[in-house]
Design a binder for this molecule. Sequence first.
Ligand code: NAD
Length: 247
Amino acid sequence: MDKQTKVALVTGSSRGIGRACIIEFAKSGFDVVINYVQSENLANELKEYVQTNFGIRALAIKCDISNEQQVKQMVETTISTFGKIDVLVNNAGIEIAKPFEEKTVEHWYKTLGVNLVGTFIVSKYCSKYMLDNHYGKIINIASDSGIDSFSPFSMDYNASKAGIVSLTHDLAIQLQPHINVNCVAPGWVNTDINSKFDNEFLEEQTNNVCIHRIARPEEIAKIVLFLSSDESRYINGETIKVDGGKQ
Ligand code: NAD
């Protein structure tokens, strides 16, 4: 095993921002772990793509990040294959957009269970190995709506993302001094999570973005890559909004 090659595990990475992160890591020579929960075909296609185009090693692992037993298994498989985890990107997330009157307790538990508790579980199991190694970078994907919430249709989602901002501070303190924990809070990004919104609504939203367009997933992934590098070593416990400027 090549000790110099870094290993990045990205949750929910068969598509969208997670997929873009996997491609950025692969381009930079990282071995990668693609985590998926449903889209096995997409995950395997991505695995093939990065192995063929960038000559790195890749694993695709099915795991529901809100299930502790499955997370434990995913982390053990990663360690038995690569021997370490240098970078964890807690990217997997869900949003159940519904009017207040239709929101249920189950929606809240489901959303918090995946977005917030899932981020905690994966961080807990991966950080054990980072602590042993005296090295690690954890990047959590929150949302600008966890900082300035603007959508009552997604109050559970917004609360879960605010929780991730808070969890980021606490993990940075808990895992000091060798592990950096930071958070990226994107605004609107062109991915499937927004397919539930109609075009007119999305068009209206881009009018509030100072650069007048929605982000491409790669624009988030490049910030994640920077936070995974030693060039950003002195950024810690921080949340960086990447939303094109909101007015
Ligand atoms: P997406 O829906 O394409 O990606 C989310 C991924 O998470 C999917 O691959 C999905 O299968 C996976 N996932 C969901 N539940 C999971 C679970 N229990 N276990 C493992 N994987 C699971 O959307 P995206 O925009 O790429 O979202 C990535 C992250 O970015 C999410 O955390 C999302 O909240 C955040 N985000 C997105 C936007 C945006 O506008 N697209 C804005 C702010 C934040």
